[in-house]
Design a protein around this ligand. Sequence first.
Ligand code: SF4
Length: 210
Amino acid sequence: MYNVKEIFRSIQGEGYKTGKESVFIRFAGCNLWNGKVQERLKAVCDFCDTDFVGVDGENGGKYSLYDLVEKVEKVWESAFTLKNKYVVLTGGEPLLQVDQALVNLLKKKKYTVALETNGSIATDINFDWICVSPKDPNYWKQKKGDELKIIFPQDKFNLKELLKLDFKYFFLQPKYDKFNKLNLNKTIDYCKLNTQWMLSLQLHKSFGVK
Ligand code: SF4
């Protein structure tokens, strides 16, 4: 069974695929924070802005493989007339649950399958698009993919060294906290001076889209 927090349709709000119509499957649970606010400060990742706990969100639940793909089909069909079916597997940390069987069945139904991961679990599943957003070098195993996204500002990663890794696109995304504006300005300044890094904005948050 797959524990799923929510399944919803939206527009990808960040990174290289910004603007892409997608169905998102948010898998429950993360291995870098347990989701308890009182334990956030001792977590590996202490700035999460996502609710990934439980299975109580929109279309959330415990799904068998076939029921999950059927639900994705319903959500897609209710929303889009476009032929290019696109699904984003996110979390939490989706690789705690996603397996080749799920990706195979989604592809059989003609979906392009994208993964958004914190990179703490290496994978050889044949996703069509992999976005890795590591939070700590000591918990980073998946070091190749399509886009690398680093939350900025940060002091854990050597950004110049990261550019040598096997990714097509490199993004910095302003940290979403009470210093939003300052973080945004710092990120813009860094990207201006280091043009291999591109700015990723969470447009869905700016426009109040899920
Ligand atoms: S790794 Fe991602 S999902 Fe997990 S706690 Fe951090 S930001 Fe949240």
